[in-house]
Every structure is written in C-alpha cells, then in structure tokens.
Design a protein around this ligand. Structure first.
Ligand SMILES: Cc1cc2nc3c(=O)[nH]c(=O)nc-3n(C[C@H](O)[C@H](O)[C@H](O)COP(=O)(O)OP(=O)(O)OC[C@H]3O[C@@H](n4cnc5c(N)ncnc54)[C@H](O)[C@@H]3O)c2cc1C
Length: 440
C-alpha cells in the first residue's frame, strides 16, 4: 500500500533532523556558558542541519522510477527537493556568520583567521569552496534571477556533486559536530544516500534504466504539435505504466536541429493497454521544435514511468472533474483511450480550455471517445470568446462540482486560477490534483 504524500514528506524532514538530534544530545553545559559559546554552538548547529538538508536533497534527485509515487509524483518530489536545497543554502550561509560572531564575541576583533585562512588550512577552505559552489548552482533556481534556461541550469546544477563532497570533507576534517565516532557513522550514512542517488542517476539509469525504442510513426496533430508512436526495440523490454504517467525521452538523431541526446519529460498519451507508446509534443522551445520534423526510424531512449496524477487504482464510482488546458490534454487523452480500450464506464466531466476552436487538439477524437464511454462528458471552453474560466463558470458547467475529485493539467496560470476558484468555493485541498508541465 502506498504511504501518503504528507507521510513521505514527513519522513524526509524527520530524517533531516537525525544528525541534529545526535548533535544536540552531545551538547554540554559549556556550550551555553557564554554568548560566544552559544553563538559557536548555533554556528555548528546550522552547519549540521544545512549539510543534512544538502545530502537529502541530493538523495531525492535519484529519479528512481516508482520512488516518486509516495510523494504524489516527480513534480511534487522535486518540490521537496527544492525546499531542502533552499533551506540548506540559508543555513550554510548562516553557519560561517555565526562562527565569526562567536569568535568576535570571544574578544577577537576580527575573525581574520576564518575569513582568510592559510592555504594549508584545507578544513576551512573546503567549507568556503562548498559554500561558493552552492551559491553558484542554487542562485539560478531562485525566481529573483528570472527564468533560467533549462539546459544551462542543468549544467550549473552539476556543481551540486563537488559542493556536497567539499562540505563533507569540511565536516570530517573538523570533526566537531558530534561525539567522535557518531560523526563518522551519521555522515557516512548520509553521504551513502547522496552518492548512491547521484550514481544511480548518472551511471546506472543511463545504462540499464533507459529502454530502447524506435519512432515508428509521426502524425501532425496541429501545426505545432506532433504525436509520435514508439515501438520497443525488444518486445520483452517494453515500458509498463499507468494512464497519466510521464517519461523522459532522449532522441538520438544527430541530424536534429536541437535536443539530440537531451532528455525531456513528456506525458504518455497512449493507453497502457496499447503495445506501443504514444507521445504528443508541442513546440515550446528548441528541442520540442526540432521534434516537429523528426523522422520515423529515429532511435530514442525512454526512462520512467514517473508521476502519480490519477490514483493508482481509480474508483469507477468516484465522479471526477477534469480541467485541461492546451497540450495539458495529454494525461486525460491517455485515460480516455484507456477507458475505451477496457470498455469501462466513468463519471468524468472534461472541461477543455483552449483559445479557440482551431487550437482544440484532438477535438474530433475526444468527442468520439466521450461518446463511446458511458458517463463521460466534454465541454470546450474558448478563451477568446468566453474570457478566463471563472468560479461561476465552473459551478454552472458542473453543478455537482462539490462531489467531484478535480484533476487539473495545463499552463501554470490556468492551473493556479482553477485551484484558486475551487478553494474559494470551498473544495478541500485534498480533492484537487494537479500535474505541472514544469519541473524548475
Ligand atoms: C511532467 C511533465 C510532463 C510534460 N508533458 C508534456 C507533453 O505531454 N507534451 C508536451 O508537449 N510537453 C510536455 N511537457 C513539457 C516539455 O517537457 C517541455 O516543453 C520541453 O521539455 C521543452 O523543451 P525545449 O528544449 O523544447 O524548450 P526550452 O526552451 O528548453 O524549455 C522551455 C521550458 O520547458 C521546460 N523544460 C525544458 N527542458 C526541460 C527538461 N528536460 N525537464 C523539465 N522541464 C524542461 C522548462 O520549464 C523551460 O523553461 C511536460 C513537462 C513535464 C514536467
């Protein structure tokens, strides 16, 4: 049985507190005997907690298929990863500051030794370098610096590995955070978690974790959207997944204008009962634009499945409202195709928000699926004609809204708008499920 997302997050934050608990247990009266020793103790405390958060953030970046399930999917797991990373940066920035204040309170006028240690002082230098690397690789993640270019952001983020190693070296060399042997055991275990995750991501998943597929068909769905059909190179090595899951796809065609060898996340639009995979890709940037002219026969690598948009075991009796925007129709399309393939009824009401009739992707197929599936309904919402979706629109279109679980997938502003309306009309947070096509 799956644990809840709240419990999964709680376990991660609880684990982060283990080194802190060991550190606190090792404190004595002398750590509180003067202002200087209190500041020094707080300086070490922020170092301990900051390092624990950094290593756990690394551990969560493993992207092992299935590991994201208890968190509610990879996009939600990334959220915890971001919070751990941001918390770790703030704590590790406070760490040298508090230690400097401690030495100033002790009577030293300037903590010069700490700011400009001799070159031979590897313990201090490793700490400074780790902090510098953290500032470089985490800065682009803060919205303050504007929207980062994804590929550049990813390259800079690779500095997280050396930063974590330097931070660990700093802690081991000082060996002042916990009673001697516990220090090594606790940080050794945390280091194993972090290094194991990075090794999985960079070595194992690239070799054994990626399935080999070939593009067998490319169909133009609109002038800026294509649907690819992918066939496994070995039929026994095909992906098992659920409707609503997404994969990382890496095309291997060197003649592509952009994106050859780059992995990008895409929701599967096929029914899990189909022998092949289908993926609908909208031109949203360099790599997805190049894919618009990809040719059948191109080899691709598929990694996944990830995500937990729909419940693992959907209850056919539970009424649902689906709100899709633009290319965000893909998880709903997969679910409808699957319901049709299984011949199942479902009490679902799909509201598909598009700018105008011409931008409604798969309009004819959606209508035909809805007509075939007993209990399913479809309403198109046209932005140019009707304006933004309002709370009144939702209640009018779907009068029994208060009894429905709601699933939203579309551009971030639409996601947010619909969530705000739902909360304002009293829908509990637990009944609203979202998939974001953004990971940053
Ligand atoms: C869970 C999920 C499911 C998605 N499903 C679909 C789908 O079914 N169909 C579809 O057309 N698009 C989907 N996307 C969006 C798709 O991944 C991006 O449009 C694509 O990666 C853009 O890459 P680019 O190089 O063309 O554009 P860029 O100009 O490089 O990027 C445009 C934006 O896409 C995002 N992005 C780019 N590369 C990545 C990456 N490797 N990982 C995460 N985000 C990235 C960034 O937010 C970036 O700002 C999905 C995204 C996510 C996170």
């Amino acid at each position: 049985m799956l644990i809840s997302a709240r419990l999964a997050r709680g376990l991660v934050w609880g684990l982060a507190l283990v080194p802190l608990a060991v550190f606190l247990a090792g404190l004595g009266a002398h750590d509180f005997s003067s202002l200087s020793s209190i500041l020094n103790m707080l300086g070490r405390l922020t170092g301990v907690l900051g390092l624990a958060l950094l290593l756990l953030a690394a551990a969560l970046s493993a992207r092992v298929p299935g590991f994201d399930q208890p968190f509610g999917g990879l996009t939600k797991l990334w959220h915890t990863h971001h919070l751990l990373g941001a918390g770790s940066l703030l704590l590790l920035l406070a760490h040298p500051l508090l230690l400097a204040l401690a030495s100033a309170a002790h009577g030293y006028h300037l903590p010069v030794q700490m700011l400009f240690p001799p070159l031979s002082d590897t313990a201090t230098w490793s700490g400074w370098l780790a902090l510098l690397l953290m500032m470089i690789f985490l800065a682009p993640s803060f919205a303050f610096f504007g929207r980062p270019n994804y590929e550049r952001w990813k390259r800079i983020h690779a500095l997280a590995g050396p930063a974590a190693i330097l931070a660990l070296a700093h802690t081991f060399l000082f060996s002042r955070t916990m009673p001697a042997n516990l220090d090594k055991v606790v940080w050794g275990l945390f280091a194993l978690l972090g290094v194991g995750a990075v090794a999985w991501r960079l070595v194992f998943s690239r070799r054994a974790g990626r399935l080999k597929y070939t593009i067998s068909a490319v169909e133009a769905v609109a002038n800026n959207v294509v649907e690819l059909t992918l066939q496994p190179e070995r039929s026994e090595k095909r992906l098992k997944y659920q409707a609503g899951n997404f994969v990382y796809m890496t095309p291997l065609d060197k003649s592509l204008g952009a994106g050859c060898g780059e992995e990008h996340p895409y929701t599967l639009s096929s029914s899990p009962s189909e022998p092949d995979l289908r993926i609908a890709i909208k031109d949203l940037g360099d790599a997805s634009r190049a894919i618009q002219s990809i040719r059948p026969g191109t080899k691709v690598r598929i990694e996944g499945p990830y995500g937990r948009f729909f419940p693992v075991k959907a209850n056919p009796k539970q009424p649902e409202l689906w709100v899709a925007g633009g290319i965000g129709i893909t998880p709903f399309l997969a679910r409808l195709r699957h319901l049709k393939a299984l011949g199942q009824a479902a009490d679902v009401h799909l509201v598909y928000a598009v700018q105008d009739e011409a931008r409604a992707l798969y309009a004819a197929e959606l209508q035909s699926l809805i007509d075939t599936i007993e209990g399913a309904r479809l309403t198109f919402h046209y932005f140019y004609r009707e304006g933004p979706i309002s709370a009144a629109y939702l209640v009018e279109t779907c009068p029994d809204l208060d009894q429905r679980e709601v699933y939203i997938c579309g551009p971030l502003p639409l996601n947010k708008l619909v969530q705000d309306h739902l909360r304002r009309i009293g829908r509990p947070l637990s009944s609203i499920h979202t998939e974001e096509f953004e990971l940053l």
